[in-house]
Design a binder for this molecule. Sequence first.
Ligand SMILES: Cc1cc2nc3c(=O)[nH]c(=O)nc-3n(C[C@H](O)[C@H](O)[C@H](O)COP(=O)(O)O)c2cc1C
Length: 202
Amino acid sequence: MIGFLLNGNHLKGEKMILDYKDVNDLNRYKIMSGSIVPRPIAWIVTEDNGVLNAAPFSYFIPISTNPALVIVAIGRKENESPKDTLANILKTKKATICFPNKDNVDQVQKCATQLPKDESEIEKYEIEVKKELEDYPPMICSTQTALFCEYYDTYKVDGDITPVILKINYQYIEDGRINERNHTNIDSIGRSGVTFKAMVDL
Ligand SMILES: Cc1cc2nc3c(=O)[nH]c(=O)nc-3n(C[C@H](O)[C@H](O)[C@H](O)COP(=O)(O)O)c2cc1C
């Protein structure tokens, strides 16, 4: 038997096949986010007219190594306008992707609150940043690695989400976190459902 119950009354022992056309957006988000786990989190720094913006995105994944591409799916603000990160990437064509770890998770969470476009999360939450490369937004000092990216393409989909493809041109890696065989040791945290999860070795 196939179950369609989404009200908490799931019957034990039944095979549960969800027909996505019958699942509303919020429930899809909850089910997908809780099932496709863990997701890496891109903590993206962008810039517009001197205002530094930082925001986390977990609908994010690498898609190719040559060219070196990642994709990030950016939604809209409550008022339907594009999120600042998307507006800045489309305008400046540049983004610096940092990664959260156990030490900066509070700042990451704060950066997820919506600020007016001319207000900087970096300034408001006193996040320390460092300008590593002239032509890219600065990186957040507490990240263990950072990807300096340029806009590559936008993948068109129906609805309110804009999946943006970014090309990695340069990468910062903290001292001691990469060895001579190019094995890295990065303690990033991920997202599982709506909670943060640290990685453990098996
Ligand atoms: C861990 C985490 C992951 C998130 N992932 C996404 C995402 O993939 N796409 C998205 O549109 N918003 C995501 N958000 C919400 C954005 O961070 C939030 O809307 C933020 O205010 C956007 O900022 P901006 O307008 O400065 O770009 C996430 C929030 C958190 C805390």
